[in-house]
Write a protein that binds this ligand. Structure first.
Ligand SMILES: [Zn+2]
Length: 70
């Protein structure tokens, strides 16, 4: 029961990019990998946090990943 309640929001929140907050179409979604977390930390100087919150977005869009990669 505990784990299923944590997942309740995922379907709605996982269509928005964690970084820019834009709606992200299915084929341009990227899951937040270790690379993204490290790049996010390096770029924004803050940890990519609240990934354990039930309503936090767990995807990023392709443009944001490309941006972080540079
Ligand atoms: Zn984005």
């Amino acid at each position: 029961m505990a784990t299923s309640s944590r997942r309740r929001c995922l379907n709605e929140t996982n269509v928005f990019c964690y970084i820019c907050g834009e709606y992200t179409s299915q084929h341009s979604r990227k899951t937040i990998s270790d690379f993204v977390k490290r790049a996010y930390l390096a770029y924004f100087k803050v940890m990519l946090v609240d990934q354990d919150k039930p309503c936090a977005s767990h995807i990023v869009c392709k443009p944001c990943v490309e941006h972080l990669r540079q």
